[in-house]
Ligand binder design. Sequence first.
Ligand SMILES: Cc1ncc(COP(=O)(O)O)c(C=O)c1O
Length: 383
Amino acid sequence: MPSERGQAVTRPRLRADIPTPALIVDAAALDRNIASMARFFSTGGCRLRPHFKAHKTPEIARRQLAAGSCSGLTCATIDEAEIVAPFCDDVLIANEIVGTSKWARVAALQRRTTVTVAIDSVEGLEGLAAAARDEGVRIGVLIDLDVGQRRCGVAPGDALRLAQQADATGGVVLRGVMGYEGHIQPIRDRIEREARARDAMSALDAAAGQLRRAGLSCDIVSAGGTGTYDISGRVDGITEIQAGSYALMDTDYAAVQVPFEQAFWVLGTVVSRPSPDRCVADCGHKAMTRDHGLPSVHGIDGATVTALNDEHATIALPPAASIAVGNLVQLVPSHTDPTVNLHDVFYVVDGERVIDVWPIERGYAEQRTARAGARQPASQPAH
Ligand SMILES: Cc1ncc(COP(=O)(O)O)c(C=O)c1O
C-alpha cells in the first residue's frame, strides 16, 4: 500500500516494528470492558448509548453495538454522526449544532439514519428546523438541560418553554431531554459522587415530568458518563447513559475506580538515556494530551513521567531499571478522547503480535475537502 508521500507502507507484524509514537490497543481488554458495560445495562430499564467521541473508531463502535444493551450511539459533532451513520440506525448528537452548513448536513443525514440533536437555544432550534424543512425531513431534538456543569444547557426552569417551542416548530420532533453531569464524573469519593449525581438526575427527571404533564412527548431522558453510569443509570426515569471512556480507559478514570481495564497506551521508543535515573522517549504532547495530568508508565515499577514536551516524554527511573536506548515504553494517557484525536490509527496488539490496524476517523470533513481542493492548481495553464 503506498503512503500519501509515495513510500510503500507495510503493516507491522510485531509490536517492535510499530513506528512510534503510536497508539496501541489490547483488543481482548477492550472487549472485556465492552462486554462488562453491556452486561450492566442488560438489566434495569436504562440502556447504553456509547459515546463515539471517546475513540472515533468505527471498529470499536461496531463492537459496542454488537455487545448489546444499546439504544444507539452518542456523537459530539456532525462529522462523527456522518461517520457512524452507515452502521448505526439511531444517532444522538449530544452537543449543540450551530451554523448553516452544519444544519444542512444534519438534515441530509436524517435521510440515512435517525438523528437526534441537543438544543438549548431558539436560534439552534430554528436553524435546525429550517434546514429540515428545506430537506423535507424531520429531525429529533432533545432539550439540553444544565444539571450543574455550567457548560451548555438551559436552566431547569426554562426547559418547558423551549420544549413547547420545539413542539410547535415544523421540521423537528421533540424526543425528550438530556443533561450531562460532566462536573460529577471525576469526583473520586464514591459517596459524594453518588449524592451529587442523584441530585443532578432528579433535576433532569423533574424537567421530563414537566414536559409530560404539559402533554409533550419525552421518550428519551439521556445523561451520564463513565464516572456515573452505575449511579445515573439506576435512577428511575433515566432512559440512557452516554458513557464513552470506559472502553479504553485512562489514568483519570482509573483514579475514580470504575471497574474497567486500561486497554490502550501510547507506545514510544527510548531515544536517550542521559543518566541512570532518567530516560527520554519520543512521545510528547503531540502524541498524548496532559490536560488531565501527566501520563503514567506501564510495566516499569517505580518509573514516572516527569515532563512532556512537544516530542519528548522524560521518565524518572528507579536505580535498577535496565531500560536502554531503542527499547519501547508504554505510557497510560490521562485523558482518552483528546489523545486518540491526535492519531490516525490504533495498532491492535495481542501480546507481542500486531493483529490488526484500525482507522481512527477524526472527521473534520470540511477541512479535508478544503485540503484536497488546495492541492489542485486554481486554473490549468493553456496548452
Ligand atoms: C455530552 C457528553 N456526554 C457524555 C460524556 C461522557 O463521556 P465519558 O464516559 O468519556 O466521560 C461526555 C464526555 O465529555 C459528554 O461531553
